[in-house]
Write a protein that binds this ligand. Sequence first.
Ligand code: URA
Length: 228
Amino acid sequence: MRIDKFLSNLKYGSRKEIKQLLRAHEVKINLKRVIDPATSIDPNKELVFIDGEQVFYKESIDIMIYKPVGYLSANHDSMHSVITSLIQAPYDRFDFSIAGRLDLDAEGLLILTTDGNFAHHIMHPKKHIEKTYEVMLDKPFVHHQALLNGIFVKDGYNDEYFAKAIAIKKNKEYVTIIIDEGKFHQVKRMFQAVGYEVLRLKRTRIGNLELKDLKPGEYKEFERKDLE
Ligand code: URA
């Protein structure tokens, strides 16, 4: 890859601005100063420094984040705060895909990754990755058997599908439910189908990744082997 493309991908400026940066600042690949924007670099093997400071780079970055209520699972929005606005240096120079959205009024574990294929892989319906949700309903829950047997609900395209809970634990209106799909508003619609409204919804687990001690807005990198 060319050094100007590398730095421009990391949001150091347009190709034209990188050309100026290379002249005005000391940009080094390992120990060697570079001026020519066409100089090639292997970012997986070589280090880049700008005025002595190392440029942070990783081929792919996988992050688990605690989405707070009121944040949109998106990269840009004109009305609401978006989840990626919580990402700070050095990760904020990267573009993240969101694997499995949470509703605006929902909170909990969300996966962000710079690798679009990985995001796709996590969300693929055939993968059946388990997710745990803790919900608060509008009244004490007694219809657990119906959700364990399965019920028909509508997806985001208004097509009916058969949704089934893998496990349910309940304590009055507080319910923990495990499902292995991720259709549009799935948890809310499953409870709605048996006559309940979800007042609060928190995702606490995706595969083997658990929210655990992350606080709202906090995030950390994870290893792919810890997901499945
Ligand atoms: N199911 C929902 O209804 N909402 C979410 O945000 C996630 C799962």
